[in-house]
Design a protein around this ligand. Structure first.
Ligand code: F6P
Length: 329
């Protein structure tokens, strides 16, 4: 081992996701296990610029495993995008005596991590976003919790849609990806799911599916729209024009980012946090901790950023086959 890590920093950056606290706790506790000190950098990369930190001792991370949000706060930093900002961040690392930094977040966070590592600061990344859109990792912390929150909300909506025999159009998050929408759509038995990975054919994907569903005896309908596939409000108007229904539109929004993390998110975050610090302890850095087929892998940040992950379209086919198969096919 060339470099000895004695003190490390940890930060959360970008959109928060349930399970980030579990990852912070795992990083701090694993650091203690290896005899390192752990400093929590607050407000993401901006906190590294502003020297905004707290000491993460054992007490500081007690009882946060099951808490939503992030005790370290999070931000998207414009200043860190500049060379000057990054130089200040390196200065903070020197001032605080940080031998390495664990960055928890999405691809924007990893682009920051890559820049910092190019300036000589050892960095490890941990993927955490409800969008599950990080190419190098099958799974990102927060996805399961967000899916379950959306499912719970849609189950509630279904109760009232069923009573009033209405059509519901629900917009879920996911940025440019449809992972969240498709997973949720399958889990709630949506009539139709619109995702950015498949060009929307309104007549086929919405109108015909609602008609088929009605012909099969259904009197309420659930259309799930990924935010990257269009606006639920627009889709609601178009359904009204095409079918004369009076849809109710719900944009779930940031509620999907809150709440206690599920068991899967706590467990994954704990394993990822452990492996990130273990890499430092064993003298490695410059990678993102990923899950691939359930196993933990370290992938160099630059390579990780270039990797693409395809939405498994078989899930869309399953949704089409099962949710509104139609009686006259
Ligand atoms: O990346 C997570 C995410 O919640 C996306 O699903 C969404 O598009 C975006 O962040 C919303 O960002 P903000 O919190 O800045 O509104």
């Amino acid at each position: 081992m060339d470099k000895k890590f004695k003190r490390i920093g940890v930060l959360t950056s970008g959109g928060d996701s349930p399970g980030m606290n579990a990852a912070v706790r795992a990083v701090a506790r694993t650091a203690m296990h290896y005899g390192m000190e752990c400093i929590g950098i607050r407000r993401g990369w901006q906190g590294l610029i502003n020297s905004d930190f707290i000491i993460l001792n054992n007490d500081a991370v007690r009882h946060i495993l099951g808490r939503g949000g992030t005790i370290l706060y999070t931000a998207r930093s414009e200043e860190f995008m500049t060379e000057k900002g990054r130089e200040k961040a390196v200065g903070t690392c020197r001032m605080l005596g940080l031998d390495g930094v664990v960055a928890i977040g999405g691809d924007g966070t990893f682009r920051g991590a890559l820049e910092l590592s190019r300036l000589g600061v050892p960095v490890m990344g941990i993927p955490a976003t409800i969008d599950n859109d990080i190419g190098c990792s099958n799974y990102t912390i927060g996805f399961d919790s967000a899916c379950n929150t959306a499912i719970d909300c849609i189950d509630k909506l279904r109760d009232t849609m069923q009573s009033h025999e209405r059509c519901s159009v629900v917009e879920v998050m996911g940025r440019h990806a449809g992972f969240l929408a498709l997973y949720v759509g399958l889990a709630v038995g949506a009539t139709s799911v619109l995702i950015p990975e498949k060009e929307v054919n309104f007549e086929e994907d919405v109108v015909a599916r609602i008609q088929n569903s009605r012909l099969s005896g259904q009197t309420h309908f659930m259309v799930v729209v990924a935010e990257g596939a269009g606006s639920a409000i627009d889709i609601g108007h178009r359904i009204h024009e095409a079918l004369g229904l009076d849809p109710r539109v719900t944009v779930l929004g940031h509620i999907q980012r809150g709440g206690a993390p599920t068991g899967r998110d706590r467990e994954t975050a704990t394993r990822m946090g452990y492996h990130a610090v273990r890499a430092f302890a064993e003298g490695r850095s410059g990678s993102v901790i990923c899950t691939q087929e359930g196993a933990i892998k370290e992938i160099p940040i630059e390579e990780a950023l270039a990797m693409k992950k395809n939405l498994p379209m078989i899930r869309y086919e399953i949704m089409e086959a099962i949710s509104a198969p139609g009686v006259f096919k």
